[in-house]
Design a protein around this ligand. Sequence first.
Ligand code: GRF
Length: 197
Amino acid sequence: MSARRVAILISGGGSNMAALVRSMTGDHPARPVVVLSNDPEAGGLARAREMGVATAAVDHRRFGDRAGFEAALQDALAPHMPDLLCLAGFMRILTPGFVTAWKGRLLNIHPSLLPLHPGLHTHARALAAGDVEHGCTVHEVTERLDHGPILGQARVPVLPGDTEASLAARVLEAEHRLYPTVLRRVAAGDRTPPCLA
Ligand code: GRF
């Protein structure tokens, strides 16, 4: 089988994107074909170019509605013919139309142990809830935000004295291990959840 073609959607620094790109070498069943951002200034775009990956930007502020933005997103993706889309710190909510078009081929990483703490400010919420462990989840994207089938989770301890920043840094390290592990398995056709410590 030829390599699965992976598009990565970002909005920011792109550290998860970089971890995914770095992983797709050698006998990996996938290759990165484009990194796309809704923010032309996203730091991850330069980072992707340095890693030799094509980039594109579709500035969501130029569109009056989500449907127009997503049509432009589809147009930007089309020439790269992706098989899989990985959301990696992509901070736009996608409409059911877009999600349906990519059903089963759209992954996201979320910085909590879903179903705990969907949405934003997950680290602050984990601290406020007194959680003793926290972590991250890779899941399939469905119409309901942060609720699709879970493909993998990585757990980290919440330590005495943790701040939102220290906890976020620990979770981000776990994200960089988890997302490449899950992508490799999904690209190879395996959707059984890996459970990483
Ligand atoms: C990650 O914590 C991701 O889970 C969240 O946003 C952050 C993105 O970081 N949704 P990066 O752009 O991959 O460095």
